[in-house]
Design a protein around this ligand. Sequence first.
Ligand SMILES: [Fe+2]
Length: 368
Amino acid sequence: MQTTIDVETLQEMLDRGQPVTVLDIRPPDERAEWAIPGSIYVNAYDALKANDPQALAGIDLPTDRPVVTVCGAGATSLIAADHLHRQGFQALSLEGGMRAWSLAWNRAEIPLPDSQATVIQVRRTGKGCLSYLIGAEGVAAVVDPALEPEVYLALARDYGWTISRVLETHIHADHLSRGRALAERCGATLYLPAQNRASFPFTPLQDGDKVEIGTARLQALHTPGHTGESTCYLLDGQALFTGDTLFLSGVGRPDLEAGPEEARNRAGDLYRALQRLLTLPPEVLILPGHTSEPIAFDGQAITAPLDEVRERAELLQLPEKTFVELLMARIPPTPPNHHRIVELNEAGLLPESDPTELEAGANRCAVG
Ligand SMILES: [Fe+2]
């Protein structure tokens, strides 16, 4: 009898809209941190661990579909699946739990009426990282790849594109970049904002530099603040890949890998960079590098026009002094393992062990 299900299979079921109940049995603090979109929560972790036979007694779940039980690493969820199985449910435990789910992803297509390019938002739902595949006339670029190279290669193949360019908006602190690995895998040119942090070969981009993708064009806008090198890329004047500089209702944190004084200086830099972005046409679509919520399997792109983002993000409406004060006061806790992640991203390396061990936890790059 099948007792487990792997991440790929569950991802496919959710992607296809197949009926399935996902039952999250983790402790409440873990649930609050991150979850599988649409999952049901029951606070039964301690009871299951204590072998309480009543741990899931009388639970009210649909009986016409499988139930997938989820915990942190896939052990306690096996006990939960066993309880449910004895109650007559078709129950399966998610292999590797939420840690394995960290690599789950889905996609959304973003139509750009006045560009030859098609943009696919590739969303790492298990972690909140947003990357982008931009294709035009048989070739494609990837911005901020956060998933295994195979994911982008398979997607590009579906659209009949060859990946010839890989770009990073900055050196990331919350996830391991797959940029170098992807560029090497497909023989693509790897572009990074000009800086002296990365110790591997890359093509540097300065403010104003352009990168062509078929007839489409990306223009680099140096927007320091979140990090010194942070750069946004404007696609055909219509869509802006903002990395961690600007989110849909917040802005990037200025403090990672910086002392208090440098963080304050960076907050000022960020203010000026954002003011520059606000001079772009109001209809430019903002395409951020992260979201702080698990991403639904709904095909709906996480994007908004610049004028809407200006309305939503209170920080964008403030004068410089207040902006810096509020930004510094609202900085969230640092992401786990960020020093090690930055070290690896500067070296262009992936750990030999499972990368999701280092990447555990929600991303915390935004200040709202
Ligand atoms: Fe970042």
